[in-house]
Ligand binder design. Structure first.
Ligand SMILES: [Ca+2]
Ligand SMILES: [Ca+2]
Length: 358
């Protein structure tokens, strides 16, 4: 009973073709093909897609969430994003404690399952506002003991980071992974879980913006107990961060048995700032991700010392320009496009630069 939303399509070797819709509940939705016998006569090749749950906002709240958890005056609504269309908008006002959607409707992970949970998120939040969670893998039920409560959490910290936490029995937290918090821009995440109450069987893997991450143990797989109490469900939104107005936009929620089907496509935020020779973004150009760049580094990427006159800076980045090499001399901080550095008394001066998460 673990794959109620699995979709299986049968491709028959003969000319017969039909779609199986209501007979999938006892099937393992493993990817790939297998041969089945129907009525003891027809042999077919089954191509089972591995999408287990689709949390698309366009499907409507009643088809995605089991329960809406709002403590205070928050709202869960559907917003229109210029790139992604309909997205979930979880708004938690200052003074409220929780605005979360408890998924996943018609889906339940079971002991031994191997699943990928993918989504993209954009957080409108003060830079150093800690939260209890912007994503939870939350335990429910009372037949079996509740020892972890929330085995896996993604949350923000007061030091301006986004981190992935695992809570072992006794609610002993470990920061499994951490990155500077990129606010007001889309970031994609995929959790790969081996779902188990046995810590020697269960594990966590994690992709951020399309890149599989090295975790706190120095490898890309963190062994852990990933199932607590009777069952665990994913929750999205905002929990905690009570002093602040916080909005978490979430899109592309999927649970699947392969990375490829769970991972949000496109729009990965490998954020780059681009420097141009002339005002209004013309002439030579050179692009830079997060990092520190000396004159030699700028030259190596196609820039020219003392020549830059405009910069494109996407939301989520802060750029500090320096007149001197090695981050010395006069400096200028920009957090948005600079169409002509003459306006900032910084034309044809840039000799080194730092690009940071904003
Ligand atoms: Ca110039
Ligand atoms: Ca200079």
């Amino acid at each position: 009973m673990k794959t109620p939303q699995a979709i299986a399509t049968l491709f028959f070797a003969s000319s017969t073709l039909f779609t199986l819709t209501h007979c999938t509940k006892n099937m393992n939705a493993l990817p790939g093909k297998s041969t089945v016998t129907t009525n003891g006569a027809t042999t077919a090749t089954v191509n089972v897609q591995s999408l287990l749950f689709d949390g698309d906002a366009a499907l409507g709240s009643s088809n995605v969430w089991k329960v809406l958890n709002i403590e205070g005056t928050g709202t869960i609504s559907v917003d229109t994003d210029p790139v992604y269309g309909q997205v979930w908008k979880f708004y938690k006002p200052a003074g409220s404690h929780r605005t979360e959607g408890h998924g996943a409707k018609n889906y339940q992970a079971a002991e031994g399952d191997d699943i990928y949970i993918g989504w993209r998120s954009k957080l409108d939040i003060p830079a150093t506002q800690n939260t209890n969670a912007v994503f939870q893998w939350k335990a429910y039920g009372s037949t079996q003991p509740m020892t972890q409560n929330f085995p896996i959490v993604v949350s923000t910290s007061s030091s301006g980071t986004l981190h992935l936490m695992h809570y072992a029995p006794g609610k002993i937290g470990t920061e499994v992974w951490v990155t500077p918090l990129f606010r007001n821009t889309w970031n994609t995440m995929v959790l790969h879980l081996k779902v188990s109450r046995d810590a020697s069987i269960g594990f966590i893997e994690f992709w951020y913006n399309g890149v599989k991450q090295t975790l706190v143990n120095g490898t890309q797989r963190y062994p852990a107990r990933t199932l607590d109490a009777d069952y665990c469900d994913p929750k999205f939104g905002v929990y905690g961060g009570d002093p602040s107005d916080i909005t978490n936009y979430v899109h592309g929620i999927k649970i699947a048995s392969t990375y490829a089907e769970a991972a949000p496509t496109g729009g990965n935020n490998n954020l780059l700032t681009t420097m141009y020779q002339n005002c209004s973004y013309t002439g030579w150009s050179a692009s830079f991700g997060i990092g520190s760049y000396t004159t030699a580094d700028i030259t190596a990427k196609g820039g020219i010392d003392n020549d830059a006159s405009s910069l494109k800076i996407p939301a989520g980045l802060k750029v500090t320009l320096y007149d001197g090499d090695n981050f010395t001399g006069d400096s200028l901080v920009l957090t948005a496009d600079g169409s002509c550095l003459k306006n900032n008394n910084f034309n044809d001066k840039v000799s080194s630069m730092k690009v940071e998460a904003n």
